[in-house]
Design a protein around this ligand. Structure first.
Ligand code: SAM
Length: 317
């Protein structure tokens, strides 16, 4: 299969931005425009709700949105299904005192998804180190009408976990730079991935995985953090299962502070799990999520969820 053939089998995923309106209102609007509730491949104007992600709709792959008022006004967001997994799995709090970090935020699709799940309550710090991508993030957050987000143009690795303003952060989303090897369709992902370097693949992947591990270990230093989602749009085990394995062997985990959440807490209805041969145990693989480009009607993707072992919050010791 060529990339184009694979892309043609991927529906156009539309996330209803519940910061602006409800899923029910959106469905009514689409029906009033002549769309028909059926599969996106069964009818030229077919659309349906996604089976795994709340507030996600599937439309035919060739449906056009860029000029649509709903897209321009931020009421719908073009976001691949797999890219919606991390925020839903992180399950951030929707409470006035909830504090969450999106460590690597631009262009901001997952940030606006987190903000919608938090119902605009509490505080969401969104870090982005690249100045140009930070401007895109600001624009996207404004368009999506996110009210509880504080975007910060800084390197997450330079943030101090000891800073009092982060003392109550309980949830962190880590979706760092990766090889982007899972991406088969355009639009929403063009902005997500930086230009590939010319270094040979192996050393490039090793460098990336070293950086990804550093990011996870830094996230684990935040004193009240309970849940950390680590995700990539890479299909390479070296950026996925290997990074998770290395994190589990690191001092931060071996001190008994973090473990992988069991499958039951990580979208158990999703069929494709981590690669068993690349993890320490079959259970560990079951805790992980993979999406296979072409086979799952999504881009290639990987998601893991680290959770704190009970009673190991640093501020309780
Ligand atoms: N989560 C984003 C979304 O769904 O729209 C996509 C994130 S993209 C894969 C990774 C982003 O992290 C890039 O914009 C990159 O500039 C940024 N980044 C990489 N390292 C960073 C760091 N140490 N601190 C903050 N941002 C970083």
């Amino acid at each position: 299969q060529t990339g184009d053939e694979r892309a043609a089998k991927i529906p156009r995923y539309i996330r209803v931005n519940t910061t602006c309106w409800s899923m029910e209102e959106a469905i009514k609007e689409f029906i009033s425009r002549g769309h028909v509730l059926s599969g996106p491949f069964d009818h030229p104007k077919g659309f349906k709700k996604d089976d795994h992600i709340d507030n996600l709709l599937l439309f035919p792959p060739d449906s056009q949105w860029v000029e649509d008022e709903l897209y321009k006004s931020g009421k719908v967001i073009l976001q691949d299904k797999a890219s919606c997994f991390p925020a839903q799995i992180l399950s951030p709090p929707a409470s006035d005192n909830g504090v969450v970090i999106d460590a690597t935020a631009a262009p901001g699709n997952k940030t606006s998804h987190l903000s919608a799940l938090m119902q605009g309550k509490g505080k969401l710090y969104a870090f982005e180190r690249d100045r140009r991508r930070f401007s895109t993030l600001q624009m996207m957050l404004q368009k999506a009408r996110c009210k509880n987000v504080e975007p910060v143009n800084t390197d997450f690795l330079t943030t101090s976990p000891e800073d009092p303003k982060f003392s109550t952060v309980t949830h962190i989303l880590l979706d760092p730079s990766c090889s982007g090897s899972g991406i088969v369709n355009r639009l929403d992902h063009l902005l997500e991935n930086e230009t590939e370097s010319s270094e040979d693949q192996e050393s490039r992947l090793n460098k990336l995985s070293g950086f990804q591990l550093m990011m996870i270990k830094h996230a684990m230093k935040f004193p009240s953090v309970e849940r950390i989602v680590y995700s990539t749009c890479s299909i390479h085990a070296v950026e996925n299962e290997y990074v998770v394995r290395a994190a589990l062997k690191s001092e931060e985990c071996t001190a008994g502070r973090f473990k992988l959440a069991p499958k039951a807490e990580v979208l158990p209805t999703w069929h494709r799990r981590g690669i068993a041969g690349e993890t320490e145990s079959p259970d560990e693989a079951e805790s992980l999520i993979r999406c296979s480009p072409g086979e799952d009607a999504t881009n290639g993707f990987f998601v893991s969820l680290f959770v704190r072992e009970s009673n190991t919050r640093m501020n309780k010791r």
